[in-house]
Design a protein around this ligand. Structure first.
Ligand SMILES: Nc1ncnc2c1ncn2[C@@H]1O[C@H](COP(=O)(O)OP(=O)(O)OP(=O)(O)O)[C@@H](O)[C@H]1O
Ligand SMILES: CC(C)(CO)[C@@H](O)C(=O)NCCC(=O)O
Ligand SMILES: [K+]
Length: 249
């Protein structure tokens, strides 16, 4: 079995897959290294043969988590590294090492699944979009604040915007103009995300006509699906790219 880890800015997504057929045995989302160790240990004694990781965290945080995993589960962790080209995709950044590894792996995974031009919209702590042309050229992309960052900026920099998580969730049962602070903020931020997605799709249409595939991923993908009904929601897109970048066998 293989332990797979996607270390984002706010959360660690993890899963355990069978080595032979990649069938998923367990997985989840946690908010700290310790919670990760506890969650994986909760699956019992696993015959792990290896582990692979993508991280957008600092070198120090990443290597300290690798050391914890080695110590606790006895497997070395293969960490995906930036490259200029892989699996037919060419990194479009001037300095390929600067492109976030979650974006790069999402682009690899998408191009592999689409076998043609594709647009990846990943809605996490940050919202990002990446364009890969039919010949595998990564054209670059966009980075904006995602839902958690938009919300927390409003809460932090205003005095009268305050509400709890439960009412935030309730506020999203509709996108009609808000009649309370929580509705106004939550719905406003969702509309921002949807407009971001629509703008990316318009741009892809200008480049490629109708000949491209849209992928939606990241924790807040479901919030924008109505704005991109043609999109494929692939929650584990980064893991698809991770398996390509770090084959373990
Ligand atoms: N089970 C869940 N646990 C945590 N967040 C969730 C969950 N389901 C949906 N979300 C939403 O997903 C968002 C976080 O997305 P994601 O996990 O993709 O972020 P991240 O990987 O930490 O960020 P980034 O990819 O920008 O580094 C939050 O806004 C949260 O509302
Ligand atoms: C944009 C984030 C924070 C999204 O997780 C990540 O991809 C990252 O740290 N990227 C480095 C900067 C860049 O991609 O240009
Ligand atoms: K991520």
């Amino acid at each position: 079995m293989i332990l797979e880890l996607d270390c984002g800015n706010s959360f660690i997504k993890w899963r355990v897959i069978h080595t032979a057929d990649a069938a998923i045995t367990g997985g989840g989302i946690v908010d700290s290294d310790q919670a990760l160790l506890a969650a994986v240990a909760g699956l019992g004694d696993l015959p792990l043969v290896g582990s692979r990781m993508v991280s957008v965290r600092s070198e120090e945080e990443t290597s300290s988590l690798c050391a914890l995993i080695k110590e606790r589960f006895g497997v070395a962790v293969s960490v995906a590294q930036p490259v200029k080209e892989m699996a037919g995709v060419r990194n479009g950044y001037e300095d390929h090492q600067r492109l976030g590894m979650d974006r790069w792996l999402g682009a690899l995974g998408a191009f592999h699944l689409a076998r043609g031009a594709c647009l990846v919209i990943d809605l996490g702590t940050a919202a990002k979009a990446d364009f890969v042309a039919a010949d595998g050229e990564h054209l670059g992309g966009y980075i904006c604040p995602g839902m958690p960052l938009m919300r927390s900026q409003l809460r932090t920099h205003t005095r009268r915007i305050r509400y709890d998580d439960a009412s935030a969730e309730r506020a999203l049962n509709s996108l009609a103009p808000g009649r309370s602070t929580v509705e106004a903020v939550e719905r406003g931020c969702v509309l921002m995300l949807q407009s971001f997605a629509r703008a990316q799709i318009e741009q892809a249409q200008a480049l490629w006509g109708d000949d491209f595939t849209v992928f939606l991923t990241g924790g807040d993908a479901p919030l924008v699906h109505v704005a991109a009904p043609q999109a494929r929601i692939v929650p584990d897109l980064v893991f698809v790219g991770l398996a390509m970048a770090c084959p373990l066998s």
